[in-house]
Design a protein around this ligand. Structure first.
Ligand code: MG
Ligand code: MG
Ligand code: MG
Length: 305
């Protein structure tokens, strides 16, 4: 029986590449592991897979009775619905500890660094397993994506060092240029529906009984949203109703200006204003220096609930 390796719902590049890189490591260590995914991939992830000839993990959303390793999350809200009927053998993550529990002992690699793939790189080094060239290239891209090319406050020296080493293995000299190429792909919003944009990198959190949705779009120039905010708000309203959210926040992150335009709909907007020490105007505010949802948004929101 194979063990499945997968990342969070609505997978980003770290979740998809982490499933691939961890499954390969585990296979080298003699475990029969298969990389899977819980949802569709983004244009950015597609770019990475195409660039390095990576194989798209198979779509699998049910894991009852299976052995699994999970990557890039430990929140029930981001897990498959039947995760509690699976046996979690291990977690490789760099987020706050979530609410998943296990019935058996597990391997836990959770650290406050920039990317799950940095942690997986450390696991390769720990076990003395060589990283293949193609997997190294993909892991490099996942780290560049999660750390916003080292600009995110979540980025550590461990991440930059891992990138240097992975780039050497992959034979890539100018990896910051590769990162920019990737973010330009990620910035494409034309032709996408409001729902596609709002959910492109969207996560829901249980904050003391209140359901809060937080989406983020990272682009190289915020002007791409100039004529799109109305349609984003309209769709946020629908999402808030159908998902029965207390609040929905969409962060339009400008990776060059290094800050985020916050769009908010909330049952209690004063909570959001207090969280970020801002005054909302037209349900919006500029959050200077805010690039990271996990480090600069979620903890401050959570403290208000
Ligand atoms: Mg992620
Ligand atoms: Mg990640
Ligand atoms: Mg991210």
């Amino acid at each position: 029986m194979s063990t499945y390796v997968f990342g969070h719902t609505n997978p980003d590049s770290d979740s998809i590449i982490g499933a691939i890189s961890l499954a390969y490591l585990k296979n080298q260590l003699g475990e029969d592991c298969v990389a899977t995914r819980q949802g569709n991939i983004s244009a950015e992830t597609e770019f990475i897979l195409n660039k390095f000839g990576g194989k798209l993990p198979e779509l699998k959303t049910s894991y009852a009775g299976e052995n699994v390793y999970i990557v890039d999350f430990s929140d029930l809200a981001q897990a498959p619905k039947d995760i509690m009927e699976a046996t979690i053998l291990g977690i490789y993550d760099h987020h706050k500890l979530g609410d998943l529990t296990t019935s058996t002992p597990l391997e836990c690699w959770i650290r406050p660094i920039g990317c799950s793939n940095t942690i997986i790189k450390e696991a390769y080094d720990y076990h003395g397993i060589e990283i293949p060239k193609d997997i190294a290239g993909m892991m490099l891209c996942a780290i560049l994506s999660d750390t916003v090319i080292f600009k995110s406050p979540t980025c550590t020296k461990i991440d930059t060092k891992a990138c240097k080493e992975l780039a050497a293995i992959a034979g890539i000299e100018d990896y910051k240029a590769l990162g920019m190429e990737m973010f330009i792909v990620k910035s494409a919003v034309d032709g996408a529906s409001a729902r596609e944009l709002n959910t492109r990198d969207y996560k829901e959190f249980d904050m003391n009984g209140a359901k809060v949705g937080v989406g983020q779009l990272e682009v190289v120039d915020l002007s791409v949203f100039d004529d799109k905010k109305d349609m984003l708000f309209e769709d946020m309203k629908k999402m808030k109703e159908t998902e029965q959210l207390h609040s929905i926040l969409i962060l339009l992150t400008d990776i060059m200006k290094e800050g985020s335009q916050l769009l908010v709909l909330s049952d209690d907007a004063s909570k959001i204003e207090k969280a970020f020490d801002v005054q909302l105007e037209d349900s919006q505010a500029w959050l200077d220096g805010v690039l990271s949802r996990k480090k600069q948004v979620i903890p401050f929101l959570q403290s208000q609930f």
